[in-house]
Write a protein that binds this ligand. Structure first.
Ligand code: ATP
Ligand code: MG
Length: 246
């Protein structure tokens, strides 16, 4: 039987009498590659913040059975703070090392290896304030990966990243998934999500569908995007979705 790694039951979240998330139920299994899609304001980042423990005053139950690595949508880290790229990546091991202990050679080596894997070793000694958006995004991924997470959660990692860097990120995610990591990816790139992930969650305040990506239909997408998207759906796979602004 597949091992359940995340279990969410009857989850709701309100802010000042406004429903942000409503009665959400789902399970995620070890080694799933889950895509979360939904329009702006659908509650995707809120759901992620609940999973990673940043938001605690929700209603319902959330069970997580593993260590989470998190790449936030917009990093609140102050980039004017004079700190170098490798030091940002080291922060990912903060829990392991603790406040008063020192980082050891093995920690620095790990950071370097992961930066190498992400093709950003050349940034190792750079000041973070000087990094481009795409470079910084990959550095955030490095910081999430140095803790050896069981579950990697990424909130729109493709935002502000050029297509080449996107390809690098997605191929790394596929690779990590093949090696056994559970991945949860929030993205507005629907065609890419449908191509890469095995499970899709359609969220718009409530969960409209949670199913295998090959079983997704244009109706599933219409339910959450309604007028926002013009859907070009071919009878034969692959399903192709084109935004009206494209
Ligand atoms: N602390 C808060 N106070 C009031 N409203 C909030 C708060 N946090 C989130 N919201 C509202 O909750 C809704 C969901 O926000 P959330 O950031 O989760 O959306 P999202 O699906 O991630 O959108 P996007 O695709 O734009 O990133 C939005 O309408 C947002 O304004
Ligand atoms: Mg968001």
């Amino acid at each position: 039987m597949r091992e359940k790694i995340i279990s969410v039951k009857d989850l709701s979240y309100n802010v000042e009498n406004t429903e942000i998330l409503k009665f959400i139920n789902f399970d995620i299994y070890k080694n799933d590659f889950v895509g979360i899609i939904g329009p702006n304001g659908a509650g995707k980042s809120t759901l992620i913040k609940i999973l990673v423990g940043e938001i605690k005053n929700y209603i319902g139950s959330v069970n997580i059975n593993g260590k989470i690595g998190y790449v936030p949508q917009k990093d609140e880290f102050d980039r004017t703070f004079p700190i170098r790229a490798f030091e940002v990546a080291l922060m990912g091991m903060y829990n392991e090392v603790g406040v008063f202990k020192r980082y050891k050679k093995k920690h620095y080596e790990k950071v370097r290896n992961i930066m190498k894997m992400l093709d950003i070793e050349y940034l190792y000694n750079r000041n973070v304030g000087k990094l481009s958006g795409g470079e910084y995004q990959r550095l955030s991924l490095a910081r999430a990966l140095v803790s050896d997470p069981d579950i990697l959660i990424l909130d729109e990692p493709e935002a502000g990243v050029d297509s080449n860097a996107q390809k690098i990120i997605y191929s790394i995610l596929e690779d990590l998934n093949k090696k056994g990591m559970t991945i949860i990816l929030v993205s507005h790139d629907i065609s890419m999500v449908l191509k890469k992930v095995n499970t899709v969650m359609c969220l718009n305040k409530t969960l409209h569908c949670h199913k295998n990506s090959i079983d997704m239909t244009s109706d599933d997408l219409k339910k959450i995007y309604s007028e926002e998207l013009e859907l070009l759906v071919h009878i034969d796979k692959p399903l192709k979705v084109v935004s009206r602004n494209d």
